[in-house]
Design a protein around this ligand. Structure first.
Ligand code: 0OW
Length: 330
């Protein structure tokens, strides 16, 4: 390799690193530190170098987010640890019953709960090998999902590489379509005389099922990470510690999670979102209450489909609330 090629190879690696950091600031932190122009100039320099040296293009380059169409059906993938669903509850009383059961099964233990917004999207499994994003899979039936890597890699908040170089890391979270993107998409679909999507969840699901990643890329999907799959050598102590680790790895983590030791405080926090959730830029359909300690989650275990250490408190459906509001206003 000539001196010049050597320098260009270094420059190429440097730009990829910078663009990944700038993209994280812009899309995940919503706090860009450079102008769009500066970003575009760097991106163009990378494209020029990759055109000159195609042998140096790596799958985790920002230029590789939109690959080629896939043909035919999606490949199937078996999760190395099942992706559980959640049992639903609809009242404060049922939340207290959950707490009573947990404490009864953990006699003498100090129990803390992490409460998270329940994002109304699509559960997805992200697989990283030696730090590189290699596969994105739908939850499917919890055991076998569909390989939608080509579409997941177009999601700007999904890192194409992470600083943890373990052999196999599985990050689970929710792919969702922000409400502004959902509204714009439906306006466009009405203009094109296409059937609008009923809700952001359906729009996200429809977008992830596209054969053409160019279409998925235009749907402005996003992602919140909230759980681990079978990950080779991570041993986080608790949900809280896991969420912090995910944030440190530059995964988008929803910031509205809180930790409580008293179920009354959990219930009070849930109700602060009864109407406040309408101000969020993404759809939610409830709150997820999880026993914080992973050791205690292990002791409580899971049924075939759902954990015994977590529940979803569901908000009343929109129309019901609107009716109540009408009566009150009327
Ligand atoms: N939708 C969510 O925001 C959400 C969340 N914040 N946390 C979890 O934790 C999982 C981990 C093990 C059992 C449930 N699951 C969520 O969504 C579930 C995934 C599958 C069905 C629900 O969408």
């Amino acid at each position: 390799m000539t001196k010049r090629e050597e320098q260009e190879k270094v420059r190429l690696a440097e730009i990829k690193k910078q663009l990944a950091e700038l993209s994280y600031q812009y899309y995940t932190l919503d706090a860009p530190t450079v102008s769009d122009y500066e970003y575009d100039m760097l991106y163009r320099e990378l494209e020029t170098l990759e055109k000159k040296y195609p042998q140096w293009v790596t799958p985790d380059s920002p230029t590789q987010r939109i690959g080629s169409k896939i043909s035919g059906t999606f490949a199937k993938y078996t999760h190395d640890r099942p992706m559980l669903s959640l049992g639903d509850v609809f009242s404060d009383e049922e939340v207290r019953e959950f707490d009573a059961r947990v404490r009864q099964e953990l006699p003498g233990e100090r129990v803390a709960y992490v409460v998270e917004l329940k994002i109304d999207g699509l559960a997805v499994n992200l697989i990283y090998e030696k730090g590189r994003f290699v596969r994105g899979v739908t939850r499917g039936d919890g055991h076998v999902g569909e390989d939608i890597t080509h579409n997941v890699r177009t999601i700007r908040t999904v890192p194409l590489h992470i600083s943890d170089l373990s052999d196999h890391v599985e990050i689970r979270g929710e792919v969702y379509m922000p409400i502004p993107a959902f509204r714009a998409l439906n306006e466009q679909r009405s203009a094109d005389e296409l059937e609008p999507f009923a809700n952001p969840r359906n729009a996200a699901a429809g977008s992830l099922r596209q054969q053409d990643p160019q279409v998925a890329a235009e749907r402005k999907l996003s992602f919140f990470a909230y759980a681990l799959g079978g990950t080779s050598d991570w041993r986080p102590e608790s949900q809280e510690a896991l969420l912090q680790t995910l944030r440190n790895l530059h995964f988008p983590v929803n910031r509205e999670y809180r930790t409580f030791t008293d179920i009354q405080d959990v219930i009070a926090y849930i109700h602060t979102w009864d109407t406040r959730r309408d101000t969020l830029s993404y759809a939610t359909d409830g709150m997820v209450i999880k026993v914080n300690s992973f050791a205690q989650q292990q002791m409580l275990g899971n049924t075939v489909k759902i954990p015994r250490w977590a529940i979803a408190y569901k908000f009343p459906p929109e129309q019901a609330r609107t009716k109540v509001l009408q009566i009150r206003v009327g």
